[in-house]
Design a protein around this ligand. Structure first.
Ligand code: HEM
Ligand code: HEM
Length: 132
């Protein structure tokens, strides 16, 4: 039972990581565009993979929330309330809310981008605290 909880926790971290890949790959492309485009087979694969993660960014975000609910179900029934877990989960729910809001915005503001980016980092710290 505790192994299932741990496994679900790792699934949360994995989907959170996959959600971040859209940003990380775009960032890499921005700074290494020249090098990437120099070699055709790398260019083709890189842009394909990058587009995939940008396109499905929101679904990885939704998967994260789904795994949180499952992890919560297992861990809460066994250990009860967990403050650091609740904090990380609360921030993640907020992040998905902000993400959905931005997705529906006609033009995303600087404030929105800043909030969504900053929270992504804060969540990382919250998860680290929770598992340590
Ligand atoms: C972003 C949200 C969360 C992530 C990424 C996450 C991740 C994890 C991971 C990877 C573990 C295993 C750590 C280890 O074995 O050392 C774990 C353990 C645990 N989690 Fe979470 N968790 C989250 C939210 C929650 C929530 C909402 C609860 C509320 C019940 C919770 C309760 C627990 C408990 C009780 C443990 C076991 C702690 C222990 O073995 O000492 N977690 N979590
Ligand atoms: C695990 C939850 C999530 C994390 C950690 C996360 C993180 C990020 C990050 C770091 C960026 C990059 C911002 C930039 O370009 O500098 C971003 C962009 C964005 N996110 Fe999220 N996000 C999450 C969930 C969501 C969800 C659920 C949605 C929508 C339903 C969403 C919508 C967007 C949009 C529209 C953008 C800007 C366009 C793009 O770069 O694709 N995010 N997100």
């Amino acid at each position: 039972m505790s192994d299932l909880g741990e496994f679900l926790g790792l699934l949360i971290i994995t989907s959170y990581g996959l959600t971040l890949l859209s940003f990380l790959l775009k960032w890499k492309y921005k700074y290494f565009k020249k090098q990437i485009n120099e070699i055709t087979w790398i260019k083709d694969r890189f842009t394909k993979i990058m587009k995939f993660f940008v396109k499905y960014h929101r679904f990885f975000g939704f998967a994260t929330v789904l795994f949180i609910l499952m992890h919560f179900g297992v861990q809460f029934s066994r250990y009860g309330v967990n403050i650091t877990g609740a904090l990380a989960a609360g921030l993640m729910f907020l992040q998905v809310g902000i993400g959905v809001y931005g997705f529906k915005m006609a033009k995303r503001s600087k404030l929105w981008l800043w909030s969504h980016r900053t929270l992504a980092v804060v969540i990382g710290v919250a998860i680290w605290i929770h598992i340590n």
